[in-house]
Design a protein around this ligand. Sequence first.
Ligand code: DX5
Ligand code: ZN
Length: 219
Amino acid sequence: MVEIAPSLLSADFICLEKEIKRIKDAGISMLHIDVMDGHFVPNITVGPMVVKSIKSKFSIFLDVHLMISKPDEYIEAFKDAGADLITVHSETCLHLDRTLEKIKNYGIKAGVSLNPATPPEIINWVSEKLDLVLVMSVNPGFGGQSFLPNSIDKISQIKTMREQLRGKWKIQVDGGINTKTAPSVIKAGADILVSGSAIFKGDEDPADIIKQLKSTNTI
Ligand code: DX5
Ligand code: ZN
C-alpha cells in the first residue's frame, strides 16, 4: 500500500502541535518538512529549531526535504535536530556522492530530489547510497501548485531504473498530489505520496483525505 507523507507546509503554523496530532491520529507515521532558504527556491520556511521542537513532542518519522543552496553546511544541524531522512536536491550538490555519503555516515536515511526539468540519469551513479528518490511534480517553492502531468513518465522511467539497478530506494512524489492526481502517480510507481494543501487546506477532514489517498484505486 502507498504511504502518505503530509507536508507541514500547508498546515496552520500557529497550531503545529494540534495539526501534527490530527494527522498522527489519522494513522500517519511520516511527516514531510519542507526547508526553503529563499535562494534555491523563492520562499523561506523553517529550520532545525522547528524540526527539534517537533521531535521533542512526537515520535514520528521526520522526512526533511532540503530546498537550500548549500545543503552540506546544514546536514549535521538537521541530523542533530532529529531528522530521520534528509533529502537534498541534485541541482544543489556539486558533489552529490559525497553529500549522500555524509548523510549516511550520520546513520540516517538519504534521499535525492529531482526538479521537474532534471533528468533522472544521475541516479545511475549514486543508486547504492540512496534510500529515496524524490520526484518533484511541481517546481519547488510553494504548496498548492498544479501537478505537472509529464512527471508520470519520469516516475515510470525511475521505476524501470530501479529494477535494472536493483535499487533498494523508495520513490516519493511531491507536488500537486490530491485524490484526482494520486491514481496515475501510484500506477506509475510511487511508493510515497507527499501531500500538503489537499490534506490541510481542503474542506474535508485531513483524516478523510488521508484515508482516500491511502486507499486509492489505480485501475
Ligand atoms: C513544494 C514542496 C511540497 C509542497 C507540496 O516545493 O516540496 O512538499 O508542500 O504541497 P502541495 O501538496 O500543496 O502541492
Ligand atoms: Zn517537499
